[in-house]
Design a protein around this ligand. Structure first.
Ligand SMILES: Cc1cc2nc3c(=O)[nH]c(=O)nc-3n(C[C@H](O)[C@H](O)[C@H](O)COP(=O)(O)OP(=O)(O)OC[C@H]3O[C@@H](n4cnc5c(N)ncnc54)[C@H](O)[C@@H]3O)c2cc1C
Length: 414
């Protein structure tokens, strides 16, 4: 088996991977970007709705347009791109990455790796919903792919479970393509997606959103014929007597994304809440040569953030490859009150320009994000769907990096 020696190997050509490879190559590193699909762009290619790039390009683009811009940056950078190759295993020593393509196995011996493999959808089997197992049940990403890339309608009358952004966007796409959307069910008492998506995808088209509801049972032998919807209490337990039948031949599941970490999970510690690798302010994992960026670290709401973190990881990997990445004291960030997703897991005093991203568990009004009592940022309305990003200036970074740990919390202001 031929072994390819490179400085930086980037795995996954979504927004994070393309931005990482371009940044690494711009730093002068010999860079290869591996993608298992035939096209570059990852999930962006099937997101044909607008809403991408407002921060990065100051324009509202569709997913494919955003991917096109990044492909241009990648081409200009001089990074090499290999498509149709899947990274199978990542090892701590020797040729660090084994990959397979239709032409056989390949091995890569990079000085640094950027893992940018995105996230996968939580499948129907993980939900343990009683009933039959007919055709007509799709994850939202699969339905989106069928509709937007392959040109197939998944059915005629749909129920959507989950009001995250993907569920909301699919409700609108299905409606616009002539599928009747009977309802969007959300188990939480608040919508899971961005407010703009609730308004633009549901309210504008009169699609009902049933909060504190879930699917109690699916019906149908060959094809789905309907579902039983039920109201849930504050502990998400079904309330007896609130069941109602909704006729539908299609159930779309938008019930969460899980960071893709299989080939690296034995190598590095994962964060139990983010479910991706623990990283420092350079996006460097606990294996110093392995960096990670994008939805494989934690699920991000905006592609602009994903691309920004990809760039940071790629540039840092290139500096690591030539022994020029500064290392400072590693200070753990600890979740305090009202914090779920939190990136990075450590602050590194040398990681200038680091940003901290976090999510809250439920909508909160009039709160302050507090980083170890050193940085306090008031937030008028914090929503679980919207990640809060905080940039640390040099003074805050040097003060915080003297600590043993930094508690990150979101408290009522005043
Ligand atoms: C339906 C939907 C709507 C969205 N709407 C918006 C929006 O309006 N605005 C916005 O800013 N953001 C939006 N987002 C979020 C944004 O698109 C994503 O956060 C971002 O594109 C994720 O990029 P990524 O590079 O982390 O992952 P991905 O795009 O998933 O890319 C990962 C890549 O890695 C490849 N890969 C995985 N494993 C391997 C392997 N072992 N070997 C080789 N290659 C591998 C995959 O094939 C894929 O190409 C939306 C996302 C979705 C799903």
């Amino acid at each position: 088996m031929r072994v390819y020696a490179v400085d930086v190997l980037v795995i996954g050509a979504g927004a994070a991977g393309m931005a990482a490879a371009a940044a690494a190559a711009r730093e002068g590193a010999r860079t290869v970007l591996l993608e298992r699909g035939e096209r570059l762009g990852g999930v962006l290619e099937q997101c044909i709705h607008p809403g991408f790039g407002l921060h990065r390009y100051r324009e509202e683009l569709t997913g494919p347009e955003f991917a096109h811009r990044l492909r241009g940056e990648l081409e200009d950078s001089g990074a090499d791109v290999l498509t149709g190759i899947t990274a199978l295993e990542v090892f701590p020593d020797g040729p660090k990455v084994k990959a397979v393509s239709p032409r056989g196995l390949k091995a890569f011996s990079p000085k640094a790796v950027v893992w940018a493999a995105g996230a996968r959808e939580r499948p129907f089997g993980a939900l343990r919903i009683p009933g039959t197992r007919p055709a007509g049940i799709f994850t939202a990403g699969l339905a989106q792919r069928l509709l937007d890339l392959e040109g197939f309608l998944p059915g005629k009358r749909a129920v959507i479970l989950g009001s995250g952004d993907i569920g909301l966007i699919m409700a609108r796409r299905l409606h616009l393509e002539g599928v009747e959307v009977a309802a969007v069910l959300e188990i939480q008492p608040f919508p899971g997606g961005l407010t703009r998506n609730v308004v633009q995808c549901l309210h504008d088209f009169g699609i009902p959103l049933l909060l504190s509801h879930t699917v109690a049972e699916v019906h149908g032998r060959e094809r789905l014929t309907g579902i039983t919807a039920v109201r849930v209490d504050e502990h998400r337990r079904p309330i007896p007597g609130t069941e109602r039948h909704i006729e539908a031949d299609t159930l779309i599941l938008s019930v969460g994304l899980i960071p893709e970490v299989r080939p690296i999970e034995g190598l590095v510690a994962l964060d139990p809440v983010n479910r991706g690798p623990r990283v420092n302010g350079w996006l460097q994992t606990e294996a110093p040569w392995l960096f990670a960026a994008g939805n494989c670290v934690a699920v991000f709401d905006l592609v602009d953030t994903v691309a920004e973190l990809g760039e940071r990881a790629g540039a840092a990997a290139a500096r690591y490859a030539v022994g020029e990445l500064p290392a400072g004291k590693k200070v753990p960030l600890v979740r305090g009150e009202n914090v779920t997703a939190l990136v990075p897991s450590y602050l590194d005093g040398a990681a200038e320009g680091a940003r901290i991203y976090l999510r809250v568990p439920r909508p909160l009004e009039g709160v302050t994000v507090d980083l170890g009592g050193v940085v306090r940022r008031p937030v008028r309305v914090a929503r679980p769907a919207e990640m809060i990003g905080i940039t640390l200036d040099g003074d805050a970074l040097s003060e915080l990096s003297r600590r043993e740990e930094i508690v990150v919390e979101v408290k009522r202001s005043g």
